[in-house]
Design a protein around this ligand. Structure first.
Ligand SMILES: Nc1nc2c(ncn2[C@@H]2O[C@H](COP(=O)(O)OP(=O)(O)OP(=O)(O)O)[C@@H](O)[C@H]2O)c(=O)[nH]1
Ligand SMILES: [Mg+2]
Length: 369
């Protein structure tokens, strides 16, 4: 084995030298593959990006409000808001909404999936079923599309990231949180959040974060594992990355209201004693979460979905199919050309079999004679 590796390295070595010679001879003699990153870049830009986020947690923790705040658009502007101006209706069904964003020519299609919060009722556990089913359904659709004929134009609706809202009022995770996280952690990238963190003091937030992290560890829950920072990155990037990791679970605040402060319109919660700015890093981790989701970790979240969660699902599907030995035959449209051709072939085979049997009978008869 070791020898094999060494042999491979041996065979690669001269090629490396060759590449260097070409590069150093001058620009006009280059093959041109240095433009590969540009080509890929152009292709990806043309195609655009697609990213799906889901919000899950107890009812009334501010899930709908946070997704409004995150994408600076009122996704629910058509919805009738009764009573308090700042209040949204409780979400009653799983609700997917697309949002197309363009920044410096780069197109990003976000799909945001809002889910009804768990109620405190005895049937709290039942509210997890539709969420789990939704995630599985997206995998199933992708799996079917991937095994079909038109693999080029697959619509990817898999959930890349699940923002899980933990109540600011309890002591760490509640049993329902544990149940939900355990059912979903092998299916989706979970990012835990402390909801409504404006209701906690600074030291309470620190304590609550530590307790939630401890509970996650104690219950063997696999939340999204933030990747190691590349050693080649700038010192500034490394510092931001470390800050981001230190802030997990992100303590967030959401608001549907925009207020003008010093001539600037900002999302904020206005209280009689002061104003809480949603995007102010001194007030909460909202900006860090936003930066992480859209800015720095979007591709990694997609990669982990593809390489880990979807692969798990695919492996299970294949295993089940093998166990049942029930790989479905392709469905043919009645009267289609393919069906007609197959029928003709069937007829031909039947005729040949009949001829073969007749010949065998004749041969047996002649031997007997
Ligand atoms: N104090 C505080 N209140 C918030 C915050 N975010 C939302 N709210 C308020 O909490 C209430 C519930 O917010 P929603 O966004 O509807 O909560 P939800 O989690 O979507 O609720 P369900 O749809 O029932 O699951 C509203 O009155 C919001 O204005 C926050 O960060 N801090
Ligand atoms: Mg809601």
């Amino acid at each position: 084995m070791k020898d094999d590796v060494e042999n491979q390295q041996e065979t690669r070595r001269p090629r490396r030298k060759l590449t260097q010679q070409i590069v150093y001879k001058g620009k006009e003699e280059c093959i041109g593959f240095a433009t590969l990153p540009d080509q890929i870049h152009r292709k990806v830009i043309k195609k655009g990006f697609h990213f799906t986020i889901m919000v899950v947690g107890e009812s009334g923790l501010g899930k709908s409000t946070l997704i409004n705040s995150l994408f600076m658009t009122d996704l629910y502007q058509d919805r009738k808001i009764v009573g308090v101006e700042d209040r949204l209706d409780s979400t009653v069904s799983i609700h997917a909404q697309n949002l197309d964003i363009e920044e410096s020519g780069v197109k990003l299609r976000l799909t945001i999936i809002d889910t009804p919060g768990f109620s405190d009722s005895l049937h709290g556990k039942d509210s997890i079923d539709p969420i789990e089913e939704y995630i599985d359904q997206q995998f199933h659709q992708y799996f079917q599309a991937e095994s079909g004929l038109n693999r080029k134009n697959i619509q990817d609706s898999r959930v890349h990231c699940l923002l899980y809202f933990v109540s600011p009022y309890g002591h760490g995770l509640k049993p329902l949180d544990v149940e939900c996280l355990k059912r979903l952690h092998h299916k989706v990238n979970i990012i835990p959040l402390i909801a409504k963190s404006d209701t906690l003091t600074k030291s309470e937030i620190t304590r609550h974060k530590a307790k939630v992290l401890q509970d996650i560890k104690d219950h063997g829950i696999k939340a999204y594992d933030f990747p190691e920072c590349d050693p080649d990155e700038s010192a500034d990037f490394k510092r931001q990355d470390a800050e981001l990791k230190a802030a997990i679970p992100f303590a967030v605040i959401g608001s549907n209201a925009v207020t003008e402060i010093a001539g600037k319109r900002i999302r904020a919660r206005v209280y009689p004693w002061g104003v809480i700015e949603v995007e102010n890093e001194k007030h909460c981790d909202f900006s860090k979460l936003k930066r992480m989701l859209i800015g720095t970790h979007l591709q990694d979240l997609k990669d982990v979905t593809e390489e880990y969660h979807y692969e798990n699902y695919r492996a299970q599907c294949i295993q089940t199919a093998n166990n049942n030995n029930s790989i479905e035959k392709p469905q043919l449209n009645k009267g289609s050309n393919v069906e007609q051709l197959l029928n003709e072939k069937d007829e031909e085979i039947k005729k040949m079999q009949a001829m073969l049997e007749a010949m065998q009978r004749q041969m047996t008869a002649s031997v007997v004679l």
